[in-house]
Design a protein around this ligand. Structure first.
Ligand SMILES: Cc1cc2nc3c(=O)[nH]c(=O)nc-3n(C[C@H](O)[C@H](O)[C@H](O)COP(=O)(O)O)c2cc1C
Length: 186
């Protein structure tokens, strides 16, 4: 994106990519149903992964549900202000190590989890929801509360809901900077 974009992508980008942004306000009355939550997981399920290891797990917590009551108190002040009103919180967990060892389950565990979350994000977008991924929560205490299995590691959360307001101006490095200098030598 260049400054000519006015901070918003345009042109030939796919509409799902073009309209995505990470909201800082969600409609506190908007709900997500069980079928829609399953569809988000289904999107993650069909994400590619190194060796098809599928090194991911998710805790889905609809607002007002049992899991939500465990997770909400662990939000940092900075994220609680908007994440509490999201329809759904998803805890994103990577299978880093083989159980009870320090042997890597997959050297690509975090990479694969991130890609699965991206798939989930765009499925949410297609359903009319928006997502903000975040790290602003008490990871260690949440891992205890959720009794995360040995070898598994909470990496991030995603707040999913109906965005309130429009996207703010967004900042991106210019397209030309994305090309590694090696490009120039080809
Ligand atoms: C792994 C990850 C962690 C993030 N952590 C936070 C966070 O703790 N708090 C927050 O407000 N936003 C967080 N974000 C959102 C980013 O700030 C946001 O995606 C970025 O500013 C680009 O904006 P956009 O998604 O609207 O394009 C995080 C995003 C990612 C992918």
């Amino acid at each position: 994106m260049t400054s000519q974009d006015g901070g918003h992508p345009g042109g030939r980008l796919h509409p799902l990519l073009r309209r995505r942004f990470s909201p800082l306000a969600f409609d506190p009355d908007a709900a997500i149903d069980g079928g829609e939550v399953d569809l988000l997981l289904e999107a993650a399920r069909w994400s590619p992964s190194a060796g098809n290891a599928q090194p991911w797990a998710f805790v889905t917590a609809v607002r007002g549900g049992r899991e939500h009551s465990l997770i909400a108190p662990r939000l940092a002040a900075s994220s609680a202000s908007w994440a509490r009103s999201a329809s759904l919180l998803v805890v994103n967990i990577a299978h880093r190590y083989v159980t009870d060892t320090d042997v890597e389950f997959s050297e690509f565990a975090d990479y694969d989890l991130g890609q699965a979350v991206a798939h989930m994000t765009f499925q949410a977008e297609a359903l009319g929801f928006a997502c903000r991924q975040f790290r602003a929560f008490d990871l260690d205490r949440l891992a205890d509360d959720l009794d995360v299995s040995p070898g598994w590691h909470i990496r991030s959360m995603t707040a999913v809901g109906r965005a309130v307001g429009t996207a703010p101006a967004r900042d991106r490095r210019p397209l030309a900077e994305l090309r590694h200098p090696a490009n120039g030598e080809l």
